[in-house]
Ligand binder design. Structure first.
Ligand code: ZN
Ligand code: ZN
Length: 1180
């Protein structure tokens, strides 16, 4: 040391201290590794180091770069936890210039002053060559990357003037160095480089290519231009890479398998002229019939300097995507794919140079270049892209595939690297960025390899993986399972034929001409299925529900004749439904978990973004449902096992119910939305079980699936462990439990009930009651048996373990009074319910489930009990007027997050049609305010109405009312496409005599073809739309109290006698059908209304054989009406659709009938009273 300091006597103390530190560092870290052939002492080495440092720093001999501290590699990796850069050569201005290059959202690397030196080797330790460059000193080794390197550097002590250090939190290593400036050799050239063969013997590529055709055993030296470099591959423990030397049309593939030559991969680049000596010709097992040049241990690599700058400039290969007209690409090379509409295209190989602007998905190998071009490195092995590919880095790509619109989820232009492509960083990024740590093979890449995915499919898989991670991980899908789930979804969107079955052939991919690899062809913008989150779907529906609202289309043509109250009732509820496929221009898919909402008693689909209600039915048919289905109405067997399943929905209907409060004075004001005082909506999905794709089954389902496969064994415990795989949450029933097997006999509707929480405290809670029969006694288990196949001991009552836990007891009602009916159990929160899958036989033999009737049976059976259960198809839904002054005691809790939105006292009237015979229908009054809102009560839906009160009106019409115990379940979905649905079969043709007799089961609605005998009465009037008084000359006639309404509506009613030969009927026509009855066109009808306006009211009726009017019989209007009504224009053949006004069958009448000269007295059933619903224009 003293000897060394002798040279620096004149230096300051601080400089001397710095010199000592450098000397110590060299002695400890660098000197031990120096080759003895160099023959230097520590002192000489340190002096050599100092001279290189000073030269690099550009400082005169006078000054020393004392601000730079000597740091060993182990210190660097240990202490440096943030990315940094250091440069001996840069001035502060230069550094600032670097920093200015920063992309938006990125900062430049922090600057540190470190003196870094070490030996360059091709592995972290002696004999551990891995094909990459490493910097080593006595204490450690750090992986490094260079923009350009030379084989002459191997084993030399280097000074690194400018470099970045990027620490990585990977468990394997500390980080890596990006060597920006070429390293400076510290030691003098120890020896002349041994070429290992004379360069003059080097043969051209053309000759080598000929040589490859016939085998030759001699060692050859070949020089040529590198046209292809493969990435470094590691296959079954062997590391190797290939390159192709070209000259004109000739090409010679070279295989580098020698471990000690693999660092050459870093020393060559495409376009460079090189010479490799001592190669052998050999055949390749994996590439039958072809010979390649193989590098031997004696081979040497010579960069062929003299021709480097020659004609074939690598830059000439470069292409700019802007000049690459996409249109020509679209049209050319389009191979038609016969079976599907998926367009396939051939990609072209290009070279490209650009700046990495973003890491799109490090794990998937997806990057963005120049802000617009995508780069996919997934088809290359991982180590190729470990370092250097950071935002801000310049990258040079050779032989990459140019793809135009391979996927809607990637940039329009994607460059995809395969095994013949090389991606090299040409300038390291000066920016500090989050370091993406890549482990070994990512699951995505493994999936790519295992399934031989095309690039379009792979890009979709990456998209899918990203959205599942966002929306379902970690709550329902564990991180390590995300890719499995994404793979299953990919299977859902791809047909089997779209998959590439071709295994990848690495040698062919790397070496064969013309080039063939999985990226050669790709699908254009396919798969294009978009995965919407539940929130996205909800948002879309929320905006669609109101943007689709057209008030005038909600009301029928009869709206013109409706009073204010009638009109607003019409508008109070409407529905808009859209198929999922119609919601977006691209196919949509929804992925979520099905769960039951305990607070809303509905099925819901959810992900981490939001929750959406669902109506799920078992079959698509909207027809009759058999009783066996109804017996499992708890939820239906398949449905209970659906719970907690991860499902994918592609076919479903988005239903948007609108509930509005309006006060439109008349239909003329419908264009003024300010008359809408309140509006909210109900959004939900409707789908069939069969339309669901189960991506990840619930525990319950996997058990039942497994049970199908295997016979029952006693291995319950063993199975249990296996089934827990997919179960996300911790099951509290891992420990011992008791069970009770029961059969569900009936269940009631969900509603608010008084529940006792303690001895004298009661709260309103939502709940429902079910009656069950116990099939056996309480059983004790070590583990929850779940819905596994039932054991005989569970049903026959033997082996009873008296645990006295499940003792049925009477539930105390209000005021401590016990209900002394049947014993009852109150479900406790911690109880679990499982549907047993093998209970069919038991159920069928012992079933005494209450019969579910058809609509016509409810209508006509005289013996039916007052409480009925029946099924049918909804043909109409009407919101009933709120009864004034009666505030509902209970408010319906809504599913929307806005708690202020409640349907107060919502009562509806459903017209339920018999699902077999269209002529039978019943009105059902449902009070929706005492329970959770029931979605799915739409026109066309098949419903089961359980425990409804059957009543008969004064007019003998049968109708039903809901009771607190009533339950409505939707079991079939209506036709969705029509929106309003209701395209049921037309009502049957009816003979009036038959309809009058009441012998057969009367239809409520039927078609009649007959003759109008006479118009019995016709009433035309203008009514105040608010109060219903006569409206005369533009104002309401009501005086006490005065009504200032200025809105009148015209109404008409006609009562007509119709006969069809078999009998007679009285038919009522209301406003909109009267004009048709009178055969008036629009102009005439409006003229008539104008005439009536003067008096406000006119009525003509038949007395004897003529028509008359009580007032002003001479008035022209009256005369016209009388004349019109008795004319042949009106009294004509007519075809009508009618509804029975009253089902009353009164006493028969005795009537005189004349046939020629004879008179008969005959008994006639009373004429049926019908309401005309529609006049068919066909009067034939
Ligand atoms: Zn390729
Ligand atoms: Zn009025």
């Amino acid at each position: 040391m003293e000897e060394f300091l002798e040279h620096f006597k004149e230096r300051t103390r601080s400089e001397q201290r710095w010199l000592c530190e450098v000397f110590e560092g060299v002695r400890q870290q660098l000197y031990p590794l120096i080759s003895s052939s160099v023959g230097l002492s520590v002192e000489q080495l340190t002096l050599s180091v100092l001279s290189k440092v000073q030269r690099a720093a550009g400082s005169e001999v006078a000054s020393l770069p004392v601000s730079y501290r000597f740091v060993s590699l182990s210190e660097l990796t240990r202490q440096q936890h943030t990315p940094c850069c250091s440069s001996l050569t840069w001035s502060s201005a230069q550094y600032r210039e670097q920093a200015r290059r920063a992309l938006p959202n990125y900062r430049a690397l922090a600057r540190d002053n470190i003196l870094l030196m070490g030996y360059l080797y091709d592995g972290p330790a002696a004999g551990a060559s891995d094909g990459g460059w490493w910097v080593r000193d006595a204490g450690g080794a750090v992986s490094c990357r260079l923009v350009k390197s030379s084989p002459l550097w191997l084993g030399r002590l280097m000074l690194f003037p400018t470099w970045n250090y990027i620490p990585q939190n990977a468990p394997a290593g500390g980080g890596y160095l990006e060597l920006i400036d070429p390293p400076v050799c510290v030691t003098p050239e120890a020896m002349t480089f041994d070429p290992g063969g004379s360069l003059t013997e080097a043969m051209s590529v053309k000759r080598a290519a000929e040589l490859l055709k016939q085998r030759c055993d001699a060692q050859v030296c070949v020089s040529g231009q590198v046209s292809v470099i493969s990435p470094l591959l590691l296959i079954s423990g062997r590391r190797f890479f290939c390159l192709i030397l070209s000259e004109g049309d000739s090409a010679a593939p070279v295989l580098i398998t020698e471990g000690k030559h693999q660092y050459w991969r870093q020393c060559v680049c495409v376009g460079q002229y090189i010479c490799i000596s001592a190669m052998r010709v050999c055949s390749l097992r994996g590439w039958a019939g072809h010979h390649v040049l193989s590098v031997t241990a004696q081979s040497r690599l010579h960069p062929h300097v003299q021709t480097q700058e020659s004609s074939e400039d690598p830059e000439k290969h470069l292409m700019d995507t802007d000049s690459h007209a996409p249109d020509t690409h679209m049209t050319s090379h389009t191979a038609s794919c016969s079976t599907t509409s998926v367009r396939k295209k051939h990609s072209t190989l290009i070279s490209y140079k650009g700046l990495i602007t973003k890491v799109l998905h490090a794990e998937a190998g997806l990057y963005e270049i120049d802000g617009k071009v995508g780069l996919c490195l997934a088809y290359q092995p991982l180590q190729e892209r470990g370092g250097g590919l950071r935002p801000g880095a310049e990258i040079q790509l050779h032989n990459v595939h140019f793809l135009y619109r391979p996927s809607p989820f990637a940039p329009d232009v994607v460059l995809c690297a395969c095994l013949c492509s090389s991606a090299q960083v040409t300038a390291f990024s000066p920016l500090s960025s989050k370091v993406e740590v890549c482990g070994s093979h990512s699951p995505l890449q493994r999936h790519l390899l295992e399934k031989n995915l095309g690039v379009s499919q792979y890009l979709w898989l990456c998209y899918c993986q990203r959205v599942i991670t966002e929306r379902l991980c970690p709550r329902w899908v564990r991180e390590e399972r995300v890719c499995v789930v994404a793979g299953r979804l990919l299977d859902c969107v791809c047909d089997a034929e779209q998959k590439t079955d071709r295994k990848r052939d690495i040698y062919r991919e790397m070496l064969q001409e013309p080039h063939q690899c999985p990226v050669t062809t790709y699908c254009v913008s396919w798969p294009c299925v978009v995965l919407w989150s539940v929130r996205h779907l909800c948002d879309w529906m929320s905006s669609e529900v109101w943007s689709s609202l057209s008030l005038s289309s909600l009301v029928s043509p009869a709206a013109a004749h409706m009073t204010c109250a009638e009109l607003n009732a019409c508008l109070s509820w409407s529905v808009h439904s859209v198929r999922l496929t119609a919601a977006h221009s691209q196919p949509l898919m929804l992925v979520g978990v099905l769960e039951l909402s305990s607070t809303h008693a509905t099925l819901q689909i959810k992900d981490q973004t939001q929750t959406l209600d669902c109506v799920c039915v078992q079959t698509d048919q909207s027809g009759a449902t058999t009783n066996s289905n109804i017996s499992t109405a708890w939820l239906g067997k398949p449905m209970t096992s659906l719970l907690c399943c991860l499902v994918c929905v592609q076919r479903c209907t988005l239903v948007m119910e609108r509930l509005m409060k309006t006060n439109f004075p008349s239909w003329k004001h419908l264009d003024q939305p300010n008359y809408i005082t309140h509006k909210h909506c109900r959004l939900y999905l409707q789908f069939c079980v069969s339309d669901l794709i189960i991506i990840s089954p619930s525990a319950a389902m996997s058990i039942s699936l497994m049970e199908k496969k295997r016979d029952q064994t006693d291995g319950r415990e063993a199975d249990q462990k296996r089934d827990r795989r997919d179960e996300g949450d911790d099951d509290p029933l891992r420990s011992a439990c008791v069970s009770l097997v029961f059969r569900l006999n009936s269940k009631q509707g969900v509603m608010f009930r008084n529940t006792s929480v303690s001895a004298d405290a009661h709260t309103l809670q939502m709940g429902f009651t079910a009656t069950v029969s116990c099939l056996g006694d309480v059983q004790l288990w070590n583990n929850d048996p779940k819905n596994r196949r039932i054991q005989t001991s569970e049903t026959d009552g033997r082996e009873t373990t008296d645990v006295s836990v499940l003792k049925a007891e009477s539930i105390s009602a209000r005021g401590g009074v016990k209900l002394l009916s049947n014993p009852a159990l109150l479900m406790k929160h911690q109880w679990r319910l499982h549907t047993l899958t093998h209970m069919e036989q038991l159920l069928d033999t012992q079933s005494d489930v209450g019969a579910v009737m058809s609509v016509s049976k409810v209508l006509h059976s005289s013996s039916t009990s007052e409480i009925v259960s029946f099924y049918g198809v909804i043909s109409q839904r009407i919101t009933l007027q709120e009864e004034m002054g009666t505030k509902p005691s209970i408010q319906s809790v809504t599913a929307t997050k806005d708690s202020s939105v409640v349907e107060e006292g919502l009562k509806i009237r459903l017209t339920v049609q018999d699902s077999e015979s269209a002529g039978h229908m019943i009105q059902v009054y449902v009070d929706l305010s005492c329970g959770p809102y029931t979605p799915g009560l739409l026109q066309g839906a098949t419903v089961i109405l359980q425990d409804f009160h059957r009543k008969v009106s004064k007019a003998c019409n049968v109708y039903c009312r809901s009771l607190p115990i009533s339950c409505v379940s939707v079991t079939g979905l209506g036709s969705v496409s029509s929106g309003s649905g209701g395209s049921q079969s037309p009502p049957p043709m009816m003979l009036l005599g038959e309809w009058a007799s009441g012998r057969t089961q009367q239809c409520i609605v039927g078609q009649v073809k007959g003759h109008i005998v006479c118009v019995l009465s016709l009433r035309l009037q203008w009514m105040c739309s608010l109060c219903g008084s006569t409206f005369r000359q533009g104002s309401c006639s009501r005086g006490q109290p005065p009504c200032d309404s200025s809105c009148g509506v015209f109404q008409a009613e006609a009562k007509v006698a119709v006969e069809d030969g078999s009998g007679e009927a009285l038919v009522w026509f209301s406003s909109d059908t009267v004009s048709e009855l009178l055969m008036l066109d629009v102009g005439q009808w409006e003229g008539l209304q104008r005439h009536v306006r003067v008096k406000g009211h006119v009525r003509v009726y038949t007395r004897g054989h003529s028509m008359m009017c009580d007032v002003d019989p001479e008035e022209p209007l009256v005369q016209f009406l009388c004349c019109l009504c008795s004319s042949n224009t009106v009294c004509r053949q007519i075809k009508l659709t009618c509804r029975l006004r009253a089902q009353r069958t009164g006493k028969c009448q005795l009537r005189k009938v004349c046939r020629g000269p004879t008179e008969f007295i005959s008994k006639f059933p009373p004429a049926p009273q019908l309401q005309c619903l529609e006049i068919q224009t066909d009067t034939h």
